[in-house]
Structures are given as C-alpha cells and as structure tokens.
Ligand binder design. Structure first.
Ligand code: CA
Ligand code: CA
Length: 167
C-alpha cells in the first residue's frame, strides 16, 4: 500500500510513533506474529505540533466558496500542504487573452492545477508528473470569472508561485 509504515512494538507499554505528511485519513492494522491470541489496549494520540507543513497566508482557501481573488503579476511563497486544496478566482474583463502558470520544485512535490470557467466548465487540468513549471495561455470569449484549484498530488508538501497576466 502506498505510504505504508510498519512500526514494531515489542515491549509492554512502549510507544510507537508515526509522522504523517499532513491532514488526511489514516488507516492502521494491528497484528502479532505468534498464533496465540493476545489482549491489548490501544491509545492513539495526535500531536498536531508535529505537522511538518506551515501553510501560506492565503489560507483558508480550501473550497470554491468565496476563494481569494488572485491579483495580476507574480504571487510568491504559496504552499501546498498535503491534500489541502488551494482555491483562487480571477475575472477577465471582455474578450481578452490571459496567461496563467505555477512554478514549483518537482523534487519537493508534484502539484496539480485545474481551471474552470464561470459556467463551471473545466478549461484545463494538469495532472501527474509535472516538470515544475505549468503555463497556459487562454483566450476568454467574454467577461468571465475563472476558478483555479491547486493541490498537491499524493500528499505533496511543496512551495509554489503563481504567475497570472491578462492583456
Ligand atoms: Ca496553501
Ligand atoms: Ca488551502
């Protein structure tokens, strides 16, 4: 299973610790190697201070309802934290072209980008295995508010920048 961790726990009362990459649902199974049955107690503690991802100043922007407005230019020091999505919107006035892109280090994480137009139709999606710079140029048919979602792939934790220019 992807992302599986095995924690050996041999001493009564001992504590096994797992560090997880971010918010999400986790599943654990417990087994022991001897055939005899074994009674045990299980105590699960979550220490959120161990969260390795410090998110960006545009949070919370985890859903498409009232996302922050993306300004024109380069927006730096954004961050994708695990499966936490980052949503933005921007409005293109009239029939104009625009350029949109994200920059990130593919060695730190893989990011996916999806763009929808004002009618909810998907304009573009970039999926797995991105090289670290995703750019698109698009011609808007008329005044349109676009919705943009950026999300780390498979719990990626990655800083990124957005570039957005309209004519
Ligand atoms: Ca973020
Ligand atoms: Ca977010």
């Amino acid at each position: 299973m992807a992302g599986e961790q095995t924690l050996c726990h041999r001493l009564p009362g001992a504590k096994a610790e797992a560090v997880v990459p971010g918010p999400g649902e986790y599943v654990y199974t417990i087994f022991h190697t001897a055939e005899a049955s074994l009674a045990y107690d299980l105590i699960v503690e979550v220490d959120e201070q161990l969260d390795p991802c410090m998110d960006d100043r545009w949070e919370p922007n985890d859903d498409p309802f009232m996302p922050p407005i993306l300004p024109q230019g380069v927006v730096t020091r954004l961050k994708a934290c695990g499966m936490d999505a980052d949503w933005f919107e921007f409005t293109v006035l009239g029939a104009q072209g625009f350029a949109l892109g994200i920059l990130f280090d593919p060695l730190l994480g893989d990011l996916d980008l999806t763009l929808w137009d004002g009618a909810g139709a998907q304009v573009l999606q970039y999926g797995d295995g991105n090289p670290g710079a995703l750019f698109l140029q698009y011609q808007s048919a008329g005044t349109t508010t676009y919705l943009l979602k950026i999300q780390g792939d498979a719990f990626s934790v990655a800083p990124y920048d957005i570039v957005y220019f309209s004519n």
